[in-house]
Design a protein around this ligand. Structure first.
Ligand SMILES: [Zn+2]
Length: 478
């Protein structure tokens, strides 16, 4: 490291420390790198629910989709799953792992989280708690804890949020999980104090690196206090409720851990919304009042957005130059739902779609990305997706170029660059199933000509693709 480089690195660290973002800024580049050596994407995250995360293989009880499932694996498996995940991230340039359902009695509560904080520290990856504010269970997702939102509302039923007809807000997720989300009224100071106490407790107790916070997207409180307070229409969520909640919550966290990584969810894409609804809903664009609400967010945070409709394979809404987050001190993370049943299929190859996401995100002012990370990289296409997340927008691939990724990252793992290209073409046959049988002959031949993990990756693809044409003819899939 030259003296010049050292000076610049020190400068970068000072800026980062000022912004409370030391970890995420330094992340994406190894210790010793400086800004000039980085690509446009500076931080990468894997996003998970505890009940769907199955990195420790051949253990029972995992779900494959859900937003509110019970936890079905053993407490030791929970620690094993996330230990594998954190260590893999540390080795492969992923900066943090978000865990929803992190605190549950069922998988060891605080003790398990403390163990995982140690693993995260050793791995050089951040462990972030998915944290609901007035929804999604609060800080302690499930159990006999004073910091469980459900317990809080049980003790103080008068603090529930209410629907338009005056009934308590208890959201049922239907087929994606039996646990219900109990909503607290965001206008009640007692609920705000509960949230701030919970967050201070979390950081005083566990040694966690940060949070990804959400203010709820499953309905908004319609009590007189809330209705009077809000100036703007709402959908499944309220921009004003976010702005109300996120500032004090961030202050509470920083009072304990000044350098915590804090990610604030918007449930939105920054493209101006032009649809017919009064207020845009999950995954849609922003209403005119979003910018003033974001201006009320704390400045030293990462704001999280979602882009599924705006990238391949959907591309259902055009992402124009106007689709940029508001300028300002905040950094911005783009997230999408690929390789999961929330998008299409769990373990589906998405390396080209991720290139589209990374390219567009970098061009529109984003410097961080997040994708689902629930499935083990034993499943070769998930492995390739995670490695694509690590590669796109890095110093090695600043233009988020698919070809470069196939040559330098996927190629060595699959028997060479040409075979990596063929892997992608064959994996895409999920959308052209009559051709799968013929492609399997070729893929099995490629696997037979390779050894070790490259052979195994092709074997995995064969088995995965074959499942889309079994039995013949396919049943129940149309
Ligand atoms: Zn209310």
């Amino acid at each position: 490291m030259s003296e010049d480089g050292m000076t610049r690195r020190t400068f970068v660290k000072e800026i980062a420390a000022t912004a409370g973002l030391m970890g995420t800024l330094a992340a994406g580049a190894g210790e010793g790198d400086d800004m000039a050596d980085q690509g446009p994407i500076r931080a990468r995250f894997l996003w998970t629910w505890d009940h769907c995360t199955t990195w420790a293989l051949n253990r029972p009880g995992g779900h494959d989709i859900g937003a509110s499932n019970e936890y079905g694996r053993a407490p030791e498996t929970f620690v094993a799953d996330y230990s594998c995940l954190l260590r893999w991230c540390g080795r492969h340039g992923i900066d943090g792992v978000v865990v929803w359902g992190l605190l549950r009695d069922r998988h060891g509560g605080v003790d398990s989280v403390k163990r995982l904080c140690e693993v995260a520290k050793e791995s050089g990856t951040k462990l972030l708690a998915g944290t609901g504010v007035n929804a999604y269970g609060g800080v302690y997702y499930e159990g006999a804890s004073p910091y469980s939102l459900e317990r809080h509302l049980e003790s103080h039923p008068e603090l529930y949020g209410v629907t338009a007809d005056g009934t308590r807000m208890v959201y049922d997720f239907g087929t994606v999980g039996p646990r219900k989300s109990h909503h607290a009224c965001p206008s009640r100071p007692e609920n705000r104090e509960f949230t701030l106490d919970s967050l201070r407790w979390l950081f005083e107790t566990t040694g966690i690196d940060g949070v990804q916070m959400e203010a709820g997207d499953t309905g908004v409180c319609r009590c007189p206090l809330c209705e009077e307070r809000r100036q703007h229409p709402v959908s499944g969520f309220s921009w004003e409720d976010m702005a109300l909640a996120y500032g004090p919550a961030t202050d509470a966290i920083r009072s304990v851990r000044p350098d915590a990584t804090i990610i604030l969810e918007t449930y939105s894409h920054p493209q101006p919304y032009t649809g017919p609804a009064e207020a845009p809903n999950f995954g849609e664009g922003v209403p005119p009042w979003a910018a003033e609400c974001i201006a009320g967010f704390p400045s030293d945070v990462l704001v999280q957005w979602v882009c599924d409709q705006f990238i391949a394979p959907r591309n259902s809404v055009e992402w124009t130059d106007a689709g940029r987050p508001p300028e300002g001190p905040r950094r911005n993370i783009m997230r999408c739902h690929v390789g999961t049943y929330w998008g299409r299929f769990r373990d589906e190859l998405a390396i080209d779609w991720l290139a589209d996401m990374a390219t567009k995100s970098a061009a529109h002012g984003f410097d961080a990305l997040s994708v689902f990370g629930e499935s083990s990289p034993f499943h070769a296409s998930s492995e390739l997706n995670y490695l694509a997340l690590a590669d796109y927008g890095s110093a090695a691939n600043p233009d988020c170029d698919l070809g470069l990724y196939l040559d330098h990252v996927a190629g060595p793992l699959l028997g060479g660059p040409e075979r990596a290209r063929r892997y992608l073409e064959i994996a895409r046959l999920i959308d052209d199933r009559p051709r799968i049988a013929e492609a399997l002959v070729e893929a099995r031949r490629i696997a037979a000509g390779l050894d070790g993990r490259p052979a195994q990756r092709w074997t995995w693809l064969c088995n995965y693709l074959a499942s889309f044409v079994y039995p013949e003819p396919p049943v129940g899939d149309e």
